[in-house]
Write a protein that binds this ligand. Structure first.
Ligand code: HEC
Ligand code: HEC
Length: 367
C-alpha cells in the first residue's frame, strides 16, 4: 500500500509538463487533470489571423484516450513499461531506446538500431504529440497509440520478443503484478498484452509539447516570433506547405504522395517501400505516407521516412520541389527554417522510473 501511494504521488509530479503548467507542478491534479486554457488574445494583424485559420496551438492538457482512462496508477505503470528494456529479447532495448525523451521523442538515427544491431527500414518518428495524429506509423497501419504499442515488442528487428515472452517476463518480475492490479482493478488476471498496450498508450498521450513560441503567437503574443520567423510563416502559407502540414500537429492529419510534382529520387523514395499502398492496396496510395508532424522538427533530424537528409534547409528545399514544384531560394528556405524552429515546445518532464527488480525466476536475456 505504501508503495502505491508513493507511486501515485511521483506520477502526479513526474508526468507533468514544464513551463506554464504551474498548477500540475504544484501537486494539483495529475496529468490529464484540467489546466485552464488561456483565452486566445485579440488578433493583432492579418498574418496572425491567417495562421489561426490553419493552425491550432497544442492544448496545455494532454488528450484523453477514449475508453482508456489515465489514472495515476496506469500512467506510472505505462511509464515503467516504456522504459523497461526487459520487454525486449535482449533485455537491452526499450521504447525509450528509439524514442528518447531527451532527443525530441526520436533517436537521431537514419533508421533505428534494434535487436542484434539490425536496422529497420524506416526512420523512427517522434512519439511527442503522436496522440494528435490520425493514425500511427509512416503508412498509418496502426489506428492509434494502443494498437501501435503492440508492434515494436514483437517486431524481430526492434525488440524481438516472442509473443508469449512479454507476459511471461512481466510475471517473473513480481512487483509488476501489484502495479498491474492497481492500474487495472476489477478482477481477472491484469497482466495481459492488452493492458501493457493500454498503459503505454496512456503514458505516451502525456508526451505533448505545448508552449512553443508559435503556440504563444497563435494565442495572441505578437512578440513570440521574430521578423525572420514571421516571414517564414508567411512563405510557408503562401507557397502551400499548409495544404498538408496544418492543424495542431502541422501534419499528422492526412496522407500524401512523396513526389506530387516530381520524384525526390530513389535514395529518398526507395522503390521497395510502397508506403500506404501496403495497407490499402489502392493504386492511388502508392508511395503515399502519413504527412509527418513538423512539431519539434529542429530536434528530430534526420528527415523523411528514409532518414536520408540531415539538414533541415535541404529537407525544406526538397519539399518545395517534390511537393509543390517550387524552386525555393536559399533566402526563402532559411526563413522557413527559422519559422520551423519556432515549433519547438516544452519537453515533457519525465522522471526515469525505478523498475521492478529482477529475481531468480526472471527469464534470461536471449541474444
Ligand atoms: C528499434 C527501434 C524502436 C523501438 C525499440 C521502438 N520503436 Fe517506435 N518506431 C520505430 C520506427 C522505426 C517507427 C516507424 C516504423 C514505420 O512507420 O514503419 C516507429 C513508430 C512508432 C510510433 C508511430 C509514430 C507516428 O507518428 O507514426 C509510435 C507511437 C511508437 N513508435 C512508439 C513506440 C513504443 C511505445 C515502443 C515500445 C513498446 C516503441 N515505439 C519501440 C522504432 C522503434
Ligand atoms: C502534398 C503534401 C505536402 C506538401 C504540400 C508539403 N509537404 Fe512536407 N511532407 C509531406 C510528406 C508526405 C512528407 C513525408 C515524406 C516522406 O519521407 O515520405 C513530408 C515531410 C516533410 C518534412 C520532413 C519531416 C520529418 O519528420 O522527416 C519537412 C521538414 C517538410 N515536409 C516540410 C515541408 C515544407 C517546408 C513544405 C512547403 C515548402 C512542405 N513540407 C510541403 C507532405 C507535404
Amino acid at each position: 500500500m505504501r508503495n502505491i501511494v508513493m507511486l501515485t504521488a511521483t506520477a502526479a509530479l513526474a508526468i507533468t509538463l514544464s513551463g506554464c503548467n504551474k498548477k500540475a507542478n504544484e501537486g494539483g491534479p495529475p496529468a490529464g487533470g484540467a489546466i485552464e486554457e488561456p483565452a486566445m488574445g485579440a488578433a493583432a494583424d492579418k498574418l496572425m489571423e491567417a495562421a489561426r485559420a490553419v493552425f491550432k496551438p497544442i492544448p496545455l492538457n494532454p488528450p484523453k484516450l477514449e475508453g482508456n482512462e489515465a489514472t495515476p496508477e496506469k500512467l506510472a505503470l505505462g511509464r515503467m513499461l516504456y522504459f523497461d528494456p526487459r520487454l525486449s529479447a535482449s533485455h537491452a532495448i526499450s521504447c525509450a531506446s528509439c524514442h528518447s525523451i531527451g532527443l525530441g521523442g526520436a533517436d537521431n538515427e537514419s533508421t533505428s538500431i534494434g535487436h542484434r544491431w539490425q536496422h529497420g527500414g524506416r526512420n523512427a518518428p517522434t512519439v511527442f504529440n503522436a496522440a494528435y495524429n490520425i493514425a500511427q506509423f509512416w503508412d498509418g497501419r496502426a489506428k492509434d497509440l494502443f494498437e501501435q504499442a503492440g508492434g515494436p515488442m514483437v517486431n524481430p528487428v526492434e525488440m524481438a520478443s516472442p509473443q508469449d515472452h512479454i507476459v511471461e517476463q512481466l510475471k517473473s518480475l513480481p512487483a509488476y503484478n501489484d502495479y498491474f492490479a492497481k492500474a487495472f482493478p476489477g478482477g481477472g488476471d491484469p497482466v495481459t498484452r492488452e493492458n501493457v498496450q493500454k498503459a503505454i498508450a496512456v503514458f505516451e498521450a502525456t508526451l505533448t509539447t505545448p508552449n512553443a513560441p508559435f503556440d504563444k503567437y497563435l494565442r495572441g503574443d505578437n512578440t513570440a516570433l521574430g521578423s525572420q520567423q514571421k516571414a517564414g510563416l508567411q512563405l510557408f502559407m503562401d507557397k502551400g506547405c499548409t495544404t498538408c502540414h496544418n492543424g495542431v500537429n502541422m501534419g499528422g492529419g492526412m496522407y500524401a504522395k512523396f513526389g506530387v510534382q516530381s520524384s525526390p529520387g530513389a535514395k529518398l523514395l526507395p522503390p521497395g517501400d510502397l508506403g500506404r499502398f501496403a495497407v490499402t492496396k489502392d493504386e492511388a496510395d502508392r508511395y503515399s505516407y502519413k504527412v509527418p508532424t513538423l512539431r519539434n522538427i529542429a530536434l528530430t533530424a534526420p528527415y523523411f521516412h528514409t532518414g536520408g537528409v540531415w539538414d533541415l534547409n535541404e529537407a525544406i528545399t526538397i519539399m518545395g520541389k517534390a511537393q509543390l514544384g517550387a524552386d525555393l531560394t536559399p533566402d526563402e528556405t532559411a526563413k522557413i527554417a527559422a519559422f520551423l524552429a519556432s515549433l519547438t515546445g516544452d519537453t515533457p518532464q519525465v522522471t526515469i522510473p525505478a523498475l521492478p527488480a529482477s529475481t531468480a525466476r526472471t527469464t534470461r536475456p536471449q541474444n
